[in-house]
Design a protein around this ligand. Structure first.
Ligand SMILES: Nc1ncnc2c1ncn2[C@@H]1O[C@H](COP(=O)(O)OP(=O)(O)O)[C@@H](O)[C@H]1O
Ligand SMILES: [Mg+2]
Length: 496
């Protein structure tokens, strides 16, 4: 534009380009007369109205013909153009920028002070090549603009494509995440049946204990005040001493053992010529008094001994019931905790410091039901300090490895878990006594969707997920296998 203005002898010039269907001023240039330099301004698509003779420019756009006016206020078709009337513009040169007859822009040059600045005479008299130079320049400008347009289109396309690709990548990542999550949920699904059982068993114990306590209250509530009122100092001592006897050890006697104990007690009682020896012996065994009845002889000789023993026994069994409830509740809570820990999905994406063996134990708790019948679990845990990791994901590693191990040995055999420290790593190896992995498939087992299991039993994703989680932890996984012994070893850096 600067060259054009200088060559044409204009004062100001504007470049008008089409921008999404509208013709706008994209650049302005002004010749600073005193200093003979042009200052060009790149404008941000401003409308022509009031700034330029709009109708003249529209004419050029329509006809692809240039307009040259010596004195626009007096000659030509644009005398009434408001811009010209308002500014009293004299010389105007408005030319189309054509690239192979395609209009790419319009150049508007004017000189408000001098008339006839752009007349052909002026060009030809001063410098014959001037029109040619202008023609050449405008053509060059047209080509340059066209190229710039194409290039910026290309940039937009590249930008769009990049956008699309990054969108696709994001989608892929979330699909991957979903896959990870769904694999985890599938493992969870398989576990649920076992876990339900794990919770039902303690619930059953709690229910029967509560029934026991309720029966005690129904049967004894009325006579309890009298019972306590009538207790002498000595009897109170006997009462507590007997309750102490009802320790857990005596609850696990077999009926055969109980019969034997009862027989012995009965003989002892009879040798003391105590009446009712048979039923007293039976109650004593039930309470948990098995051998030394010496301290209780005065009590046993009393006429109301049987009634006293019976009530004490009832108390002992209530006592026992509360203990059962406590253990069962703990057990159920442990299972629920393990489930919750496993199903939990931490999206914060931050590493936390955890103890590895705790995660392994959580998983073993979940698998308890599948383990208890035919699998011997050997835990060989060394003391290891907590490591910085994504605990939910590591849990999934343990689930996948343990699950594979159990499937490989059809839930019968031995499962050995070693946790050892080998600076700067913590090594966890999971060894099963299953059939082993044929050497020729070992290179494939970490590939996604590689499985040798029937549909429904294997998705082929487990080890791939394990591998990816290990990569995320900058750890490693290796495998050694022969018939009867397959070992997967995971090594996790302690400090990363
Ligand atoms: N402990 C193992 N013993 C024998 N083969 C195994 C063991 N772990 C994995 N494999 C083999 O590797 C394959 C891929 O395992 P994985 O990625 O967990 O997928 P899936 O268990 O769904 O088949 C299994 O199908 C099995 O052939
Ligand atoms: Mg698997």
């Amino acid at each position: 534009m600067q060259i054009l203005i200088e060559n044409a002898g204009a004062q100001t010039g504007f470049l008008i380009l089409e921008n999404s269907g509208e013709w706008m001023i994209e650049a302005g240039c002004e010749l600073n007369d005193g200093e003979k330099v042009c200052t060009t301004q790149v404008l941000q698509s401003i409308p022509m109205a009031n700034r330029l003779p709009k109708s003249m420019i529209e004419y050029v756009i329509r006809t692809h013909e240039s307009v040259i006016l010596n004195d626009a206020t007096r000659e030509g078709n644009f005398i009434n153009e408001p811009y010209i009337r308002h500014n009293q513009t004299q010389s105007i040169f408005c030319l189309p920028l054509l690239n192979q007859s395609k209009l790419v822009g319009v150049l508007y040059l004017e000189n408000q002070l001098a008339a006839g600045a752009f007349t052909p005479e002026r060009f030809s008299e001063g410098d014959a090549t001037r029109t040619q130079v202008l023609h050449l320049l405008s053509t060059q400008a047209a080509i340059a603009i066209e190229n710039a347009r194409l290039y910026s289109n290309l940039e937009i396309k590249v930008e769009e494509r990049t956008q699309e690709l990054s969108q696709a990548l994001k989608h892929l990542k979330s699909t991957q995440e979903e896959l990870l999550q769904s694999e985890k949920m599938a493992a969870l699904g398989q576990l649920v049946a076992g876990v339900a059982h794990e919770i039902n068993t303690p619930l059953g114990a709690i229910r029967s204990s509560i029934e026991n306590i309720a029966n005690f209250l129904i049967e004894n509530l009325e006579q309890l005040p009298t019972f306590f009122q009538q207790l002498t100092k000595q009897r109170q001592q006997d009462f507590f001493a007997l309750l102490q006897k009802s320790t857990p050890q005596t609850t696990f006697l077999s009926s055969k053992e109980k019969r034997q104990l009862k027989k012995d007690l009965k003989r002892q009682l009879e040798s003391q010529s105590i009446d009712n020896a048979d039923s007293l012996a039976s109650t004593l065994v039930n309470i948990g008094v098995c051998d030394d009845i010496q301290p209780f002889l005065p009590l046993l000789k009393a006429p109301d001994a049987q009634k006293f023993l019976k009530t004490t026994y009832d108390f002992a069994s209530v006592w026992k019931s509360t203990k059962t409830i406590a253990t069962a509740t703990e057990r159920a809570a442990k299972v629920v905790f393990a489930l919750k820990t496993y199903a939990h999905y931490d999206q914060s994406g931050e590493k936390v410091q955890v103890n590895i063996t705790e995660g392994i134990e959580t998983v073993l708790t979940l698998y308890h039901n599948q383990l208890k019948h035919g699998v011997k679990v050997i835990r060989n845990y060394s003391e290891v300090s907590p490591i910085l990791c994504y605990p939910d994901e590591l849990n999934q590693v343990w689930v996948n490895l343990i699950h594979n191990a159990l499937q490989a040995m059809d839930y019968k055999g031995s499962l050995r878990i070693d946790v050892t420290r080998q600076e700067p790593f913590v090594l966890v190896s999971i060894t099963d006594s299953g059939e082993g992995i044929p050497p020729e498939i070992i290179p494939k087992i970490f590939e996604p969707f590689f499985t040798t299991k029937p549909a429904g039993e294997g998705s082929g994703l487990g080890l791939n997920i394990v591998k990816r989680i290990m990569e995320k932890h900058q750890g490693k996984i290796s495998v050694e296998s022969r018939t009867g012994e397959t070992r997967f070893t995971v090594s996790l850096p302690v400090y990363k």
